[in-house]
Ligand binder design. Structure first.
Ligand code: FE2
Length: 325
């Protein structure tokens, strides 16, 4: 009983197909960003590519649309025009084919695919992406949900790295180029903001951009990255001590960072916790994670009407009932 998942919250359009937890297809088309994201342009790109990508995903899974049993799409959080493309596509297929449809929280999907691939039961999760940075774990009261132990007060660590990459004229203008530019750098003092298990990045970003006038890009990139990742690690370690979890999962676009993986792995080892990060294919935005959660929702028996299938740009994970476990 294959389930189709559509992800379109930002610059990646992803279509995944999952059957009983096995990923049959995970196709993507990515809008290449040069200087900042213009949501309407990205949405146009997704709309132009969605038919081709659906065909590609079905071919990869060796299925036709009539074989699909249910459909999931990203409800949010994300950019309105981009989310709208995935929602309309999912609703159209659901109506045309008479399939049940599931609105999926993007952040929960990132965590769930990591848990699934790691065979984790109850991890502490560090979710680090462009738009968000949060430390989470499942809680049962007042309903089963992801409790946020710590999060950014301002911008996500990914957007901070991307903004710096653009200011430093790094190509490509996103976080991975900061990691490359930082190799061999020396540390310059940077503002460090952790309050309990929360953190903030805008002061650090402003300071780093100013430092570009007097220091090399390499030294500033190195210092920025070390400081931001140390902040995330300090807050995560505190949450690990508080929750006594023995599994630590990292998810989201920034989880592709080799340096952050290395730092977090050390913390997990120190606290005798198992550590897992999914392969990059599943940390960048993808349709398989949406299909996976939709399959779990379908299995749990919960059903949604078309009226429930809206989009929500600021759809917070702590308001989502984890009814699929
Ligand atoms: Fe994401």
């Amino acid at each position: 009983m294959p389930v189709l998942g559509i992800e379109s919250s930002a610059h990646t359009l992803g279509i995944g197909i999952v059957e009983k937890g096995t990923i049959l297809a995970n196709e993507k088309s990515m809008y290449r960003i040069r200087s900042g994201i213009i949501p309407m342009r990205v949405a146009d790109f997704h709309a132009r590519n969605c038919g081709m990508l659906l065909k590609r995903a079905l071919e990869k899974a060796r299925l036709s649309i009539s074989d699909i049993d249910a459909i999931g799409y990203t409800k949010g959080p994300g950019l309105g025009p981009c989310l709208r493309v995935g929602q309309i596509m999912a609703r159209t297929i659901a109506v045309e084919s008479g399939l049940p449809i599931y609105p999926v929280n993007h952040a929960a999907a990132h965590i769930e695919i990591t848990k699934h691939l790691a065979h984790f039961n109850d991890p502490l999760a560090l979710y680090v992406s462009g738009g968000n940075s949060q430390i989470l774990a499942l809680a049962d009261k007042p309903f089963r949900h992801y409790h946020i132990y710590g999060e950014t007060f301002d911008i996500g660590v990914g957007n901070m790295l991307d903004s710096f990459a653009r200011a430093a004229k790094l190509v490509p203008a996103w976080g991975s180029s900061v990691e490359k530019a930082a190799v061999g750098g020396s540390y310059i003092e940077m503002p460090y903001t952790v309050k309990g298990m929360d953190f903030a990045f805008t002061g650090l970003l402003t300071h780093a951009i100013k430092e570009l006038k007097v220091h090399s890009v390499r030294d500033v990139a190195f210092s920025l990255q070390e400081t931001a990742f140390s902040m995330l690690c300090e807050a995560t370690e505190r949450a690990l001590l508080l929750t006594h979890k023995k599994e630590l999962a990292m998810s989201g676009g920034v989880a592709q960072s080799t340096r952050l993986k290395e730092m977090l792995r050390l913390i997990a080892k120190e606290h005798k916790a198992r550590f897992y990060v999914a392969p990059n294919e599943f940390n960048s935005d993808n349709g398989a994670m949406i299909a996976l959660v939709a399959e779990e929702m379908h299995r749990s028996g919960k059903r949604f009407t078309l009226k429930d299938c809206t989009i929500e740009q600021r759809y917070r994970i702590d308001g989502v009932e984890v009814a699929w476990e």
